[in-house]
Design a protein around this ligand. Structure first.
Ligand SMILES: Cc1cc2nc3c(=O)[nH]c(=O)nc-3n(C[C@H](O)[C@H](O)[C@H](O)COP(=O)(O)OP(=O)(O)OC[C@H]3O[C@@H](n4cnc5c(N)ncnc54)[C@H](O)[C@@H]3O)c2cc1C
Length: 400
């Protein structure tokens, strides 16, 4: 990392995006003693909420208490002006204003973009009423209702969120078929040992996998709902419900329209400043420097850590943002906790525990350097990995 952030007077601070990162920015600013004017703008018609339960507990039991961060009074009590249900339409950088859909203009001295990501969808299914991506509160509620009467679900894509949805659907009695073009689930995120273990656990609970296949056509009923799909092997998969889990992309449209630098994410420097020094960005929407590369992360850890980092950087001098990435998923009856930068390849690994018991951990190394690992049903191993990775980072920074 190069220099340190320079503290600057924050003045009127406006945060666009009232999700995991946006809420944590305003909370961390207040905790750090900032008493200036703070406005948090959310585009959705809900109190700010967290997304992980949408594909887990909330999908089974859609009760707001599972997901809402705080009640409205909390924001009043910490002196944060919360504007929900009025998305930001544009940013007028010359005059330091954000403009909402309603036409309301909100002036800022410093602006934080926390606009998150959006799911990839399949255009040809956009008008089918039984096709779902699970990204927002209403997606999860609608799918919950539909799963009530469904006997079969086709899941397109074997990623984290899709497989969590498959777990719930299967628990609710649905016969689930996963069509995944790769030869295993989560191949870009997990080593084969862990990926195959998870697929095995899903298969034990009745989930069927069609690996190395893609969808070639859909069959629709008179209402326009999908009833079946055919795959590249010629197989027909019947479906009362279709879930699409084919990844996400950063929400950069607002930043792009404002003329900020973007490239698969809003480009920020190590202090999370965009190409405009009066605008910072945090969470899923950013692409930040990580060593000699740039990186995008989509996790609660990154949303929270980048928010807390920014709050401190805005109020005081800080070295650059250098997170210890970690992520968790709950599926097929197990919790998997993952530490380290996704996609970094190891040349050796060490197995702790016994895969057949469903409690094991994989520590991965590049030469002698610990680069990350996975803990399955072993939360203590996960915490050890995070400590170890933080220590590795500290010593590599110290040695330059
Ligand atoms: C179903 C699901 C399950 C997940 N499970 C896990 C998990 O188990 N573990 C994990 O680590 N991570 C998980 N994640 C990922 C995690 O939730 C995200 O990484 C995290 O929410 C990112 O926080 P964020 O604030 O950057 O984005 P978000 O939380 O998505 O918040 C962005 C907010 O910005 C708002 N917004 C966007 N544009 C505008 C605009 N123009 N005007 C106003 N508001 C705007 C959006 O409406 C949204 O509310 C999951 C995500 C999903 C969808």
């Amino acid at each position: 990392m190069s220099g340190e952030s320079v503290s600057r007077p924050v003045g009127r601070l406006v945060v666009v995006g009232a999700g995991q990162a946006g809420v944590h920015v305003v909370s961390a600013l207040r905790r750090s003693g900032h008493d200036g004017d703070v406005t948090l703008i959310g585009g959705e018609d809900h109190l700010p909420y967290q997304r992980p339960p949408l594909s887990k507990a909330f999908l089974k039991d859609p009760h707001p208490a599972h997901i809402v961060f705080h009640q409205a009074e909390h924001y009043d009590s910490i002196g944060v002006r919360l504007l929900c249900g009025d998305p930001t339409r544009g940013i007028d950088r010359d005059h330091g204003l954000v403009v909402l859909e309603s036409g309301v203009e909100v002036p800022y001295d410093h602006l934080v973009l926390a606009t998150g990501s959006r799911p990839r969808t399949l255009d040809e299914l956009s008008s089918a009423g039984n096709v779902f991506t699970v990204h927002g509160w209403s997606d999860s509620c609608r799918l919950h209702e539909r799963l009530g009467g469904a006997r079969s679900m086709l899941l397109i894509g074997g990623g984290f969120i899709g497989l969590e949805v498959a777990t719930v659907a299967s628990e609710l009695g649905c016969e689930v078929t996963v069509v995944e073009q790769a030869t295993r689930v989560l191949g870009h995120m997990l080593p084969p040992l862990v990926a195959d273990f998870l697929a095995g656990r899903h298969a034990e609970s009745g989930v069927k996998f069609r690996f190395g296949e893609t969808i070639t056509s859909f069959g629709f009923d008179a209402n326009g709902d999908v009833r079946w799909a055919t795959t590249s092997s010629g197989a027909r998969v019947d479906a009362d419900v279709v879930a699409v889990g084919i990844g996400s992309q950063p929400r950069v449209d607002l930043a792009e329209r404002a003329g900020l630098d973007t490239a698969d994410g809003i480009i920020v420097d190590e202090h999370l400043t965009t190409s405009d020094p009066r605008i910072s960005a945090v969470g899923d929407c950013i692409r930040f420097p990580a060593g000699s590369r740039s990186c995008r992360l989509t996790s609660v850890q990154h949303a929270t850590d980048s928010a807390q980092y920014l709050a401190k950087a805005l109020l005081g001098t800080r070295p650059g943002y250098d997170p210890v990435p970690w992520f968790w998923t709950d599926q097929a009856g197990v919790k998997v906790q993952i530490t380290g930068m996704p996609g970094r390849s190891a040349d050796r690994s060490e197995l702790i525990g016994d895969v057949s018991t469903g409690r094991f951990a994989v520590w991965r190394y590049d030469g002698d350097e610990f680069i990350g690992g996975e803990a399955v049903g072993m939360p203590r191993e996960h915490l050890k990995m995070r400590r170890e990775l933080a220590e590795t980072r500290r010593s590599s920074r110290a040695t330059g």
